[in-house]
Write a protein that binds this ligand. Structure first.
Ligand code: OAD
Length: 241
Protein backbone atom coordinates (compact mmCIF):
# COMPACT_ATOMS: atom_id res chain seq x y z
CA UNK A 1 0.00 0.00 0.00
CA UNK A 2 1.24 3.51 -0.84
CA UNK A 3 1.75 5.91 2.06
CA UNK A 4 -0.03 9.27 1.99
CA UNK A 5 3.11 11.10 3.10
CA UNK A 6 3.32 14.41 1.24
CA UNK A 7 6.08 14.26 -1.31
CA UNK A 8 8.56 17.13 -1.18
CA UNK A 9 9.26 18.89 -4.46
CA UNK A 10 12.73 17.73 -5.51
CA UNK A 11 15.38 19.79 -7.26
CA UNK A 12 18.57 17.94 -8.16
CA UNK A 13 21.66 19.84 -9.31
CA UNK A 14 24.40 17.91 -11.07
CA UNK A 15 27.94 18.74 -12.16
CA UNK A 16 30.79 17.08 -14.00
CA UNK A 17 31.34 14.49 -11.24
CA UNK A 18 28.18 12.63 -12.25
CA UNK A 19 29.64 11.94 -15.70
CA UNK A 20 33.19 11.13 -14.52
CA UNK A 21 32.62 7.39 -14.36
CA UNK A 22 31.21 7.45 -17.89
CA UNK A 23 34.68 8.57 -18.96
CA UNK A 24 34.27 12.35 -19.20
CA UNK A 25 36.84 14.44 -17.34
CA UNK A 26 35.72 16.98 -14.76
CA UNK A 27 37.03 20.56 -14.81
CA UNK A 28 38.95 21.04 -11.59
CA UNK A 29 40.09 17.55 -10.53
CA UNK A 30 43.60 16.31 -11.38
CA UNK A 31 43.70 15.88 -15.17
CA UNK A 32 40.54 17.97 -15.53
CA UNK A 33 39.75 20.25 -18.48
CA UNK A 34 41.03 23.40 -16.79
CA UNK A 35 44.43 21.79 -16.30
CA UNK A 36 44.72 21.07 -20.03
CA UNK A 37 43.61 24.44 -21.42
CA UNK A 38 43.17 27.96 -20.08
CA UNK A 39 39.53 28.60 -19.31
CA UNK A 40 39.98 32.21 -20.56
CA UNK A 41 40.99 30.87 -23.99
CA UNK A 42 38.09 28.48 -24.61
CA UNK A 43 35.26 29.47 -22.29
CA UNK A 44 34.89 33.23 -22.61
CA UNK A 45 33.45 35.46 -25.35
CA UNK A 46 36.84 37.24 -25.47
CA UNK A 47 38.63 33.93 -26.09
CA UNK A 48 36.22 33.20 -28.96
CA UNK A 49 36.79 36.62 -30.51
CA UNK A 50 40.57 36.22 -30.20
CA UNK A 51 40.80 32.72 -31.67
CA UNK A 52 37.48 31.20 -32.78
CA UNK A 53 39.25 28.26 -34.43
CA UNK A 54 40.73 27.15 -31.11
CA UNK A 55 37.35 27.39 -29.36
CA UNK A 56 35.59 25.40 -32.11
CA UNK A 57 38.30 22.73 -31.88
CA UNK A 58 37.95 22.45 -28.08
CA UNK A 59 34.18 21.89 -28.22
CA UNK A 60 34.40 19.70 -31.36
CA UNK A 61 36.68 17.33 -29.45
CA UNK A 62 34.33 17.28 -26.47
CA UNK A 63 31.28 16.74 -28.72
CA UNK A 64 33.04 13.86 -30.49
CA UNK A 65 33.72 12.21 -27.11
CA UNK A 66 29.98 11.85 -26.52
CA UNK A 67 29.82 9.09 -29.13
CA UNK A 68 32.28 7.03 -27.08
CA UNK A 69 30.53 7.25 -23.71
CA UNK A 70 27.26 6.06 -22.19
CA UNK A 71 25.11 7.04 -19.20
CA UNK A 72 26.23 5.41 -15.95
CA UNK A 73 24.32 4.08 -12.94
CA UNK A 74 24.02 7.59 -11.44
CA UNK A 75 22.38 9.06 -14.57
CA UNK A 76 20.05 6.04 -14.74
CA UNK A 77 19.11 6.30 -11.07
CA UNK A 78 18.17 9.98 -11.49
CA UNK A 79 15.99 9.16 -14.52
CA UNK A 80 14.30 6.39 -12.51
CA UNK A 81 13.76 8.78 -9.58
CA UNK A 82 12.07 11.28 -11.90
CA UNK A 83 9.77 8.62 -13.38
CA UNK A 84 8.85 7.20 -9.98
CA UNK A 85 8.41 10.58 -8.27
CA UNK A 86 6.13 11.88 -11.03
CA UNK A 87 4.16 8.61 -11.03
CA UNK A 88 3.54 9.13 -7.31
CA UNK A 89 2.32 12.68 -7.96
CA UNK A 90 5.49 14.50 -6.87
CA UNK A 91 7.23 17.43 -8.54
CA UNK A 92 10.78 16.98 -9.81
CA UNK A 93 13.39 18.99 -11.69
CA UNK A 94 16.91 18.04 -12.67
CA UNK A 95 19.18 21.03 -13.25
CA UNK A 96 22.56 20.23 -14.72
CA UNK A 97 25.67 22.30 -15.29
CA UNK A 98 26.83 19.59 -17.67
CA UNK A 99 26.86 20.16 -21.40
CA UNK A 100 27.07 16.45 -22.23
CA UNK A 101 23.90 14.56 -23.22
CA UNK A 102 24.10 11.73 -20.72
CA UNK A 103 21.10 12.69 -18.57
CA UNK A 104 18.90 12.86 -21.67
CA UNK A 105 20.22 9.54 -22.95
CA UNK A 106 19.53 7.99 -19.54
CA UNK A 107 15.87 9.04 -19.88
CA UNK A 108 15.65 12.25 -17.84
CA UNK A 109 12.98 14.53 -19.32
CA UNK A 110 12.38 17.12 -16.61
CA UNK A 111 15.84 18.52 -17.23
CA UNK A 112 17.33 21.98 -17.68
CA UNK A 113 20.90 22.36 -18.96
CA UNK A 114 21.86 25.70 -17.45
CA UNK A 115 25.30 25.89 -19.12
CA UNK A 116 24.07 24.89 -22.58
CA UNK A 117 24.60 21.73 -24.60
CA UNK A 118 27.39 20.34 -26.78
CA UNK A 119 24.88 19.00 -29.26
CA UNK A 120 23.41 22.44 -29.86
CA UNK A 121 24.81 25.51 -31.62
CA UNK A 122 23.72 29.11 -31.93
CA UNK A 123 24.01 31.74 -34.66
CA UNK A 124 25.43 35.12 -33.68
CA UNK A 125 23.91 36.63 -36.82
CA UNK A 126 20.25 35.68 -36.32
CA UNK A 127 20.33 34.74 -32.62
CA UNK A 128 18.63 31.36 -33.09
CA UNK A 129 19.81 28.10 -31.55
CA UNK A 130 19.44 24.64 -33.01
CA UNK A 131 20.53 20.98 -32.73
CA UNK A 132 24.03 20.35 -34.02
CA UNK A 133 25.68 16.95 -34.48
CA UNK A 134 29.07 17.32 -36.21
CA UNK A 135 31.86 19.87 -35.90
CA UNK A 136 31.34 23.62 -35.84
CA UNK A 137 33.83 25.85 -37.68
CA UNK A 138 34.41 29.52 -38.44
CA UNK A 139 32.69 29.10 -41.81
CA UNK A 140 29.76 26.94 -40.64
CA UNK A 141 26.45 27.94 -42.18
CA UNK A 142 23.46 28.66 -39.95
CA UNK A 143 20.59 26.30 -40.80
CA UNK A 144 18.10 29.06 -39.92
CA UNK A 145 19.34 32.24 -41.62
CA UNK A 146 21.64 30.44 -44.10
CA UNK A 147 24.52 32.82 -43.41
CA UNK A 148 28.06 31.70 -42.70
CA UNK A 149 30.44 32.89 -40.01
CA UNK A 150 28.14 33.29 -37.01
CA UNK A 151 27.78 29.74 -35.68
CA UNK A 152 29.15 29.13 -32.17
CA UNK A 153 28.69 26.32 -29.63
CA UNK A 154 25.52 26.86 -27.57
CA UNK A 155 27.55 26.82 -24.37
CA UNK A 156 27.39 29.43 -21.61
CA UNK A 157 30.82 30.97 -21.21
CA UNK A 158 32.22 32.86 -18.26
CA UNK A 159 30.76 36.37 -18.27
CA UNK A 160 27.51 35.14 -19.90
CA UNK A 161 24.17 34.55 -18.22
CA UNK A 162 23.24 30.89 -17.60
CA UNK A 163 20.10 29.54 -19.25
CA UNK A 164 16.67 28.85 -17.68
CA UNK A 165 17.35 30.91 -14.55
CA UNK A 166 13.71 31.93 -14.18
CA UNK A 167 12.38 28.38 -14.28
CA UNK A 168 15.16 27.19 -11.99
CA UNK A 169 14.42 30.00 -9.53
CA UNK A 170 10.74 29.04 -9.43
CA UNK A 171 11.55 25.39 -8.79
CA UNK A 172 14.01 26.26 -6.03
CA UNK A 173 11.42 28.55 -4.46
CA UNK A 174 9.02 25.67 -3.90
CA UNK A 175 11.49 22.89 -3.31
CA UNK A 176 11.48 20.77 -0.15
CA UNK A 177 14.46 18.61 -1.02
CA UNK A 178 17.59 19.86 -2.77
CA UNK A 179 20.24 17.33 -3.83
CA UNK A 180 23.59 18.47 -5.20
CA UNK A 181 25.63 15.82 -7.02
CA UNK A 182 29.17 15.79 -8.40
CA UNK A 183 29.86 19.50 -8.36
CA UNK A 184 32.69 21.38 -6.68
CA UNK A 185 30.37 24.28 -5.86
CA UNK A 186 32.77 26.81 -7.28
CA UNK A 187 30.77 28.35 -10.13
CA UNK A 188 27.89 30.73 -9.50
CA UNK A 189 24.95 30.97 -9.68
CA UNK A 190 24.67 27.16 -9.29
CA UNK A 191 27.02 27.19 -6.30
CA UNK A 192 24.60 29.54 -4.54
CA UNK A 193 21.47 27.39 -4.89
CA UNK A 194 22.06 25.56 -1.61
CA UNK A 195 22.34 28.78 0.40
CA UNK A 196 19.14 30.01 -1.26
CA UNK A 197 17.02 27.00 -0.23
CA UNK A 198 18.51 26.42 3.22
CA UNK A 199 15.95 26.59 5.97
CA UNK A 200 13.09 25.81 3.54
CA UNK A 201 14.42 22.59 2.03
CA UNK A 202 16.38 19.60 3.27
CA UNK A 203 19.75 19.80 1.52
CA UNK A 204 21.91 16.84 0.54
CA UNK A 205 25.36 16.62 -1.02
CA UNK A 206 26.41 13.49 -2.93
CA UNK A 207 30.01 13.93 -4.04
CA UNK A 208 33.31 12.12 -4.18
CA UNK A 209 34.60 14.40 -1.43
CA UNK A 210 33.26 17.40 0.51
CA UNK A 211 32.73 20.30 -1.93
CA UNK A 212 33.59 23.95 -1.32
CA UNK A 213 30.12 24.51 0.13
CA UNK A 214 29.90 21.23 2.07
CA UNK A 215 29.15 22.96 5.38
CA UNK A 216 25.89 24.31 3.94
CA UNK A 217 24.31 20.88 3.48
CA UNK A 218 22.13 19.12 6.08
CA UNK A 219 23.28 15.70 4.93
CA UNK A 220 26.19 14.34 2.89
CA UNK A 221 27.25 11.04 1.36
CA UNK A 222 30.74 10.92 -0.07
CA UNK A 223 31.84 8.38 -2.66
CA UNK A 224 31.69 7.74 -6.40
CA UNK A 225 28.42 8.80 -8.00
CA UNK A 226 27.69 5.35 -9.43
CA UNK A 227 27.54 4.02 -5.88
CA UNK A 228 26.14 6.83 -3.77
CA UNK A 229 23.45 8.08 -6.18
CA UNK A 230 21.63 4.74 -6.76
CA UNK A 231 21.90 4.03 -3.03
CA UNK A 232 20.48 7.43 -2.08
CA UNK A 233 17.67 7.19 -4.65
CA UNK A 234 16.66 3.72 -3.45
CA UNK A 235 16.54 4.97 0.15
CA UNK A 236 14.50 8.02 -0.81
CA UNK A 237 11.93 6.00 -2.76
CA UNK A 238 11.60 3.60 0.16
CA UNK A 239 11.20 6.42 2.69
CA UNK A 240 8.42 7.99 0.66
CA UNK A 241 7.01 4.70 -0.66
P1 OAD B 1 34.26 20.54 -11.17
O1 OAD B 1 35.34 19.91 -11.96
O2 OAD B 1 34.50 21.90 -10.63
O3 OAD B 1 33.88 19.62 -9.94
C1 OAD B 1 33.61 18.24 -10.09
C2 OAD B 1 33.24 17.66 -8.74
O4 OAD B 1 32.90 16.31 -8.95
C3 OAD B 1 34.36 17.70 -7.69
O5 OAD B 1 33.83 18.17 -6.46
C4 OAD B 1 34.78 16.23 -7.57
O6 OAD B 1 35.18 15.88 -6.25
C5 OAD B 1 33.49 15.51 -7.94
N1 OAD B 1 33.71 14.18 -8.51
C6 OAD B 1 34.75 13.73 -9.29
N2 OAD B 1 34.57 12.45 -9.62
C7 OAD B 1 33.40 12.07 -9.05
C8 OAD B 1 32.68 10.83 -9.01
N3 OAD B 1 33.10 9.75 -9.64
N4 OAD B 1 31.52 10.81 -8.30
C9 OAD B 1 31.06 11.90 -7.66
N5 OAD B 1 31.70 13.06 -7.65
C10 OAD B 1 32.86 13.16 -8.34
O7 OAD B 1 32.94 20.49 -12.08
P2 OAD B 1 31.58 21.32 -11.91
O8 OAD B 1 31.29 21.58 -10.48
O9 OAD B 1 30.56 20.66 -12.73
O10 OAD B 1 31.17 25.62 -16.58
O11 OAD B 1 31.99 22.68 -12.60
C11 OAD B 1 31.03 23.69 -12.70
C12 OAD B 1 31.24 24.47 -13.98
O12 OAD B 1 32.59 24.92 -14.05
C13 OAD B 1 31.06 23.66 -15.25
O13 OAD B 1 29.72 23.57 -15.66
C14 OAD B 1 31.88 24.43 -16.24
C15 OAD B 1 33.10 24.69 -15.39
O14 OAD B 1 33.87 25.76 -15.72
C16 OAD B 1 31.35 26.20 -17.78
O15 OAD B 1 32.13 25.79 -18.62
C17 OAD B 1 30.50 27.43 -17.97
Amino acid sequence: MRSTKRLPRIVVLTGAGVSRESGLATFRDAGGAWQQVRMEDVATPEGFRRDPGRVHAFYNARRAQLDAVAPNAAHLALAALEREWVARGGAFLLVTQNVDDLHTRAGSALLLQMHGALRRARCLRCGQSFDWQGDTAVDSVCPRCRRAGGVRPDIVWFGEVPMHLEAIGEALEGCGLFVSIGTSGSVYPAAGFVAGVRGRAHTVELNLEPSDGAALFDEARHGPATLVVPEYVAGLLERFG
